[in-house]
Write a protein that binds this ligand. Structure first.
Ligand code: PMP
Length: 287
């Protein structure tokens, strides 16, 4: 049986869930989105995702026609229609249908789309073995061009990076910013552990401020690990004792090789695995 999709207040069978070819989301990548997880019927960090969605909308001068609480209800309604307890929720708001030409004022109504599906970014074996990642030549968008804080439908920057990592036979693409500092991976934030401290690039490095990143920083503090946001270079990563990536879909995935350099002893580190365990406990409990 196909999925039921929410579009602008209606729940439709997948085959009837259609958007116009004149939607500026398709024509120009003019829109925003969120990826959210539900565990055991509970939507994890929903408020944080809604806040980020509405902040992204504000940044691109897009007025979402419903309130955050109406959006939360719409998500729950879509989950119920699909009878799903564990799902990956894709929330999309496009600029809407308009004439050809960039002017967003020529668009009628923003389109709200909610898909509740499942996602598997990395295999179970990779969580046990750890990822091999490479630095790519595509730099992360400079914030003056397109701020990575905006989770926009314009993801080509990340896709170009991902293509490079695929061509290199690696599991993920590490992106630097224009000054050569580590920003993030194509679809995940990055952390290293060294000298009893957990380090991650600060927002000023030009990153999407990941919600999983924020949860992991809190969890680490709770278990007595010092956490710092610090600019770092590739070499800082090579010298790390542990490294992992965070994201809603990926959760916490260990990294064991970067640009051919073995990280730590080449196996997922203890702190990484402790944090993954804590993270999974939290997702089961609700947040
Ligand atoms: N960075 C980028 C570029 C992303 O697309 C994502 C989400 N897939 C993340 C980081 C992680 O963000 P979150 O933890 O909120 O899913």
């Amino acid at each position: 049986m196909g999925l039921k999709i929410y579009i602008n207040g209606q729940i439709l069978p997948e085959e009837d869930a259609k958007i116009s070819v004149f939607d500026h989301g398709l024509l120009y990548g003019d829109g925003i989105f969120e990826g959210i997880r539900a565990y055991n019927g509970k939507i994890f960090t929903l408020q944080q995702h809604l806040d980020r969605l509405y902040d992204s909308a504000n940044a691109i001068s897009l007025k979402i026609p419903i309130t955050k609480s109406e959006m939360a209800d719409a998500i729950k309604k879509t989950m119920d229609a699909n009878n799903m307890k564990d799902s990956y929720i894709r929330l999309v708001v496009t600029r809407g249908v308009g004439k050809l030409g960039l002017d967003p004022n020529k668009c009628s109504n923003p389109q709200i789309i909610i898909i509740t599906d499942t996602i598997e970014l990395y295999s179970k074996a990779l969580y046990e073995r750890g990822l091999d990642i490479v630095t790519v030549t595509t730099i992360r968008n400079h914030f003056s061009a397109l701020d990575p804080k905006i989770k926009s439908l314009n993801y080509l920057n990340n896709i170009l990076a991902k293509i490079e990592s695929i061509h290199a036979g690696a599991g993920e693409a590490l992106m630097l910013n224009k000054d050569g500092y580590v920003a993030e991976c194509a679809g995940d934030n990055i952390f290293i552990f060294k000298n009893d401290t957990l380090l991650t690039p600060p927002p000023s490095a030009g990153i999407l401020i990941g919600i999983t990143r924020n949860v992991v920083m809190k969890l680490a503090t709770q278990i007595g690990i010092q956490v710092k946001e610090e600019l770092m270079t590739k070499c800082d990563l090579y010298a790390a004792e542990e490294c992992f990536l965070t994201g809603t879909a990926a959760e916490i995935i260990p990294v064991v090789k970067i640009d051919g350099r073995i990280i730590g002893d080449g196996k997922p580190g203890k702190v990484t695995l402790d944090l993954l365990k804590k993270y999974r406990e939290l997702t089961m409990k609700g947040f």
